[in-house]
Design a protein around this ligand. Sequence first.
Ligand SMILES: C=Cc1c(C(=O)O)[nH]c(=O)[nH]c1=O
Length: 312
Amino acid sequence: VDLSTKVAGLSLPNLLFNASGVCCQTEADLKLMIESESGSLITKSATYEYREGNPSPRYLPLPSGLGSINSMGLPNEGYEYYLNFAKNYDYSSKKPLFISLSGLSLADNVKMCEAFVAADLPCVLEVNFSCPNVPGKPQLGYDMEAMENALNVLAPLIKKPFGVKLPPYFDIAHFDTAAAIFNKFDNLVYVTCINSVGNGLAIDFETESALIKPKDGFGGLGGLMVLNTALANVNAFYRRLPTKQVIGVGGVTSGKEVFLHVLAGASAVQIGTTLKEEGPTVFARINKELTDIMIAKGYKSLDEFRGKVKTL
Ligand SMILES: C=Cc1c(C(=O)O)[nH]c(=O)[nH]c1=O
């Protein structure tokens, strides 16, 4: 079976890669991604300056085994680190490189995009509108007017095909409004759904304490428990963005959830919590599981079932 796919005009040998933020902050992390069986890789969202991020504990898998909670606080090496990585990347390799940018202001996003545009590299830029963990910084993804204003500035500046990372939406009117905005920008060629489900609270029964330190224990939720919200967001935007693609992320623990993301409309699928907990060998495991599922169901390529979820 053929697990290859195309995103933003680039060919991925298989549809799997890391969720931004996991296994991608340092060159050592990114090297592990390059050496893994992933089909691509994306960097940790970059800010203009280096950031330490929030105090630890700031990430934990949940005792239930159903997911994770994180309030990392955008720790990253600063955008020039990732620009340098992108300048030195081997673009003759079979894995395309995606770069995530999450400026703390539109001005910072402009400065970072200008630097990447000036470098004129084959990597794909992704603007993150959905970091839920920077105290005092509301998510742009939940401010439709601000998101449109940002795209009015960034889309013409980036010029080449680019993507955006979105928070989960929960109201049909929000899918409609957000999609109407995205359809105004021809070079916005894909959306990545979903970022973590913002500001959950994990409490330990024995200690009667929040699990993580930042923000009184409030943090983004990931893992199996967000699968059905992720599938809904993938399918909602797949239906509303006929000329664009959707990258699915959220709840992938096995080939089965990858299959469901593709059925919902995903062109590629990212792994976060399960990659964090299992390590980069997860890509070989899940590629094999998806292959076995496709053989069992008689599918030879992803195109045969992408977006083909049935309704009753
Ligand atoms: C970029 C910051 C993000 C973070 C973070 O660095 O806290 N966590 C997430 O779950 N999603 C994000 O987008």
